[in-house]
Design a protein around this ligand. Structure first.
Ligand SMILES: Cc1cc2nc3c(=O)[nH]c(=O)nc-3n(C[C@H](O)[C@H](O)[C@H](O)COP(=O)(O)O)c2cc1C
Ligand SMILES: [Fe+2]
Ligand SMILES: [Fe+2]
Length: 387
């Protein structure tokens, strides 16, 4: 796959990986992207996960057609990108490694071997000419790690965006960009919205024609769409108006209550009500949907004096990913001493700008006709919060 005459894709698709970062389910594999720029000087942009070393080296050699690498630019030291670095440095010991001060500190931590390569330490705004192509380095700390930097190539207006704008799935996966880019963003970068906003401001000042991320497809068309979604996500604004109803139920009664509540909200005229079973659906997908919608209702069984464990786990994830600025309603279930709402509220109160509706519903074992009034009140409160 060529990006242009001079810029070649040399990354690899990993069709067999089960879990990315040992926790994110992959339905369509993962791509570790890497690019080669062929000019008077040759620059290689990042390496790949060690799972793809051999294929990547073959791709690099094929596109080089006998030429040598002058520069190896490192955007990110996480092993899904630096895992094959030693192999390329061994093969091209005369190549200069380009990174920032933190990149080189991390390189030393991941390996105690001595590299003989020259190092070129760059900082914000530094430029490196390859001939007709010029690389400009843009620091992007905490988008996803502290050493992350992006690179802008001015002649072709290319943005090498590191993990930003990446997604789960191989480059040839036939699927919607936003769905898997959103799950990737909120679970992997979500905590660092402020830093993402900072980089987006710098990107706004540039003329970008193509975005070349470290995961997923190269973005070549309508990139304003991708950039605008990143603006919404990083500002912690809701992308979709609607109610996300999530349930954690042991024997099914809380799930039934959640379905009934969802129907009540639909009956009030709410167009988008999405119900999910926290015990069975992908946790990362639930985290994504919580961030996506402006409102959420959590329905949970009481378990050993607290909320059922999948709900505790989910709320812990929301908390560490920086969930904020949303309206949330609660429904609890318990047989002798319902406590799930109290536990859920404690988590939510530790997050920023969460409007917890006072209309909490507490049911005993299963929904009765006598519970319907309280459920209606919660349905109306969450509906009104979206008006
Ligand atoms: C292991 C376990 C622990 C439980 N702990 C509590 C509890 O501490 N307090 C309580 O009121 N109910 C407790 N329950 C009961 C459930 O919360 C209750 O039966 C609820 O109706 C289950 O809803 P479900 O049908 O959605 O699973 C517990 C149930 C189980 C299986
Ligand atoms: Fe990363
Ligand atoms: Fe990555």
């Amino acid at each position: 796959m060529n990006i242009s005459d001079a810029v070649r894709y040399v990354g690899v698709n990993d069709y067999d990986l089960d879990l990315f970062e040992s926790q994110y389910m992959l339905e369509k594999g993962m791509a570790y992207n890497s690019y080669l720029i062929l000019d008077d000087k040759v620059a290689l942009m990042d390496s790949v996960d060690k799972r793809g070393t051999e294929e990547w080296l073959a791709n690099v050699e094929r596109e080089l057609s006998g030429r040598k690498i002058d520069y190896i630019v490192i955007s990110h030291m996480e092993p899904d990108h630096s895992g094959s670095l030693a192999d390329i440095l061994d093969r091209f010991p005369e190549a200069t490694v380009v990174g920032n001060a933190k990149t080189f500190a991390f390189m030393g931590q991941f390996s105690d071997r001595e590299f003989t390569n020259q190092k070129l330490e760059v900082k914000e705004g530094d430029e490196l000419s390859l001939g007709s192509h010029t690389l400009k380095f843009i620091m992007a700390p905490m988008v996803h790690w502290p050493e992350v930097m992006m690179t802008y190539e001015s002649s072709e207006k290319l943005l090498f965006s590191a993990d930003a704008f990446g997604k789960f799935g191989t480059t040839d996966a036939d699927e919607d960009w936003a769905c898997e880019a959103r799950r990737y963003y909120f679970n992997i970068v979500g905590k660092y919205g402020v830093q993402v906003q900072g980089v987006l401001k710098k990107i706004d000042a540039m003329d970008v024609q193509k975005i070349l991320p470290l995961h997923g497809p190269v973005l070549t068309e309508n990139i304003d769409y991708n950039i605008n979604l990143y603006k919404t996500w990083s500002a912690y604004e809701a992308e979709s108006k609607g109610v996300f109803v999530l349930h954690a139920s042991i024997h099914g009664n809380t799930a039934k209550a959640a379905e009934e509540l969802a129907q009540m909200i639909r009956d009030l005229g709410e167009e988008r009500v999405v119900v999910a079973d926290l015990c069975r659906e992908d946790l990362a997908e639930c985290v994504e949907d919580a961030f996506r919608h402006d409102r959420m209702i959590l329905c949970c069984a009481t378990y050993d004096g607290g909320a059922f464990v999948p709900m505790e786990d989910f709320l812990h994830h929301l908390q560490i990913k920086g969930y904020r600025n949303r309206t949330v309603g609660l429904l609890e279930n318990g047989t002798w001493a319902p406590q799930a709402a109290k536990s859920m509220r404690t988590y939510l109160e530790s997050m920023k700008d969460i409007n917890i509706l006072p209309e909490t519903v507490s049911i005993k074992s299963s929904v009765k006709d006598s519970d319907k009034e309280a459920m209606q009140a919660l349905a109306q409160a969450i509906y009104r919060a979206g008006e």
